[in-house]
Design a protein around this ligand. Structure first.
Ligand SMILES: *Cc1c(COP(=O)(O)O)cnc(C)c1O
Length: 368
């Protein structure tokens, strides 16, 4: 039996909603599931406004566009990131400034942010990596003091909370992904959440070919926008998944705790749960301690033989030629180390304890 890296949990509820949307969600009912989905997003993510989009990447690009980001502007983000966090900045002609991560949370290091602020800095992007919550307290005060926007890439942080508030709703705006690999899925899909009515209005307009709300019936754009809306059928899938929010997040947490107890004696760092935070544990991840001897290549090869899908930790963006030549790259020794030795372990709703035991015993063999 194959052990997947991630895989959605689809029950009769999802099938029922999607079937209804496909059969009946047209004409007068063509936005019904989208509206329901957006209301669930506002509730779950503690935000005044939510816009469902076709992807997280698109949501991020529209949010940055709405802030007026352009040529000459700098956006500080962690070097350890998925390329989707940097690409929208580059599409808008601005410059990503790639800084190091904290060794324990693997999220952007606030002190590295301070060292990288310039008069051109327009925004800081905090990515809550693998469910770990970035140091929002410090980042908020840095952003306020510097007069720049604080943006949360919460694609990997469904079910992660900072002081009882869901992440994503803490800064200027936040974005989420509902890609098939994420904790909650719509197949492809994303969202932007914010408490700022003006930003909400601009992104809404951008997401619908630049047409303002009052012009919906005419084919006249007020500006050149995007077409990054979600479909009603995808939103129906999302509605069913959100009704199972607690169950889906809880399962991720249980899987994480099981690995942790099976592997309690390994000399590694695990995803952290900071004081007064909750971690949604999107991907249970290990980074060996500096003195540990871990043969990552051997482990990944052995997993392939056993039909277990494990993934290497994100490589620093600065190690990719296509990004590096358009970015400012700052010292990144923690990003380098985690990228060279870290591993994401499989975690999905239907995986069995036996599968977790066999991943764990394989992993142990590759620590000397
Ligand atoms: C998955 C992911 C994205 C992109 O999400 P899409 O919905 O595929 O666009 C962006 N940022 C991070 C950190 C991610 O993990």
């Amino acid at each position: 039996m194959k052990t997947h890296y991630t895989k959605p949990s689809i029950t009769d509820l999802e099938v029922q909603y999607v079937t209804d949307a496909a059969a009946n969600g047209w004409g007068d009912r063509c936005y019904e599931y989208i509206e329901m989905f957006e209301s669930k997003l506002r509730g779950a993510f503690d935000a005044q406004y939510a816009i469902a989009t076709s992807s997280c990447t698109g949501a991020l690009q529209m949010g940055l566009h709405a802030l007026g980001l352009g040529r000459g502007d700098e956006v500080i983000m962690a070097d350890t990131n998925w390329v989707a966090t940097a690409a929208p900045v580059l599409h808008l002609g601005a410059t990503p400034v790639l800084v190091d991560i904290e060794p324990d949370s693997w999220c952007i290091d606030p002190e590295a942010v301070v060292e990288s602020l310039t008069p051109n800095t327009k925004a800081i992007v905090a990515t809550h990596l693998y469910g770990n919550v970035a140091d929002m307290e410090r980042l908020q005060s840095i952003a306020v003091e510097a007069g720049v926007s604080l943006i949360e890439d919460a694609a990997e942080a469904i079910g992660s909370y900072w002081r009882e508030r869901h992440v994503g709703g803490l800064g200027t705006f936040g974005v989420f992904s509902f890609h098939g690999s994420k904790t909650i899925t719509t197949g492809e899909g994303g969202a932007l959440v914010t408490d700022d009515p003006e930003l909400h209005c601009t992104v809404l307009q951008l997401s619908n070919h630049g047409r303002s709300q009052s012009q919906m019936l005419d084919f006249i754009p007020d500006r050149i926008g995007y077409k990054y809306k979600i479909s009603n059928v995808q939103a129906a899938l999302g509605c069913a998944q959100f009704e199972r929010f607690e169950e889906l997040v809880q399962r991720k947490r249980t899987i994480f705790e099981t690995y942790r107890s099976l592997l309690s004696d390994l000399p590694v760092y695990w995803n952290v749960e900071r004081p007064s935070c909750q971690n949604g544990y999107w991907l249970p991840t290990i980074v060996p301690m500096r003195q540990a001897k871990f043969d990552r290549k051997g482990f990944i090869n052995e997993c392939r033989q056993q039909d277990i899908d494990v993934r290497p930790f994100f490589r620093p963006l600065s190690s990719m030629g296509a990004v590096r030549k358009k970015a400012v790259c700052r010292p990144n020794c923690q990003s380098e180390f985690a990228g060279e030795f870290g591993v994401n372990l499989p975690s999905y709703f239907d995986m069995t304890e036996q599968q977790q035991v066999s991943v764990s015993s394989t992993l142990k063999k590759f620590f000397a």
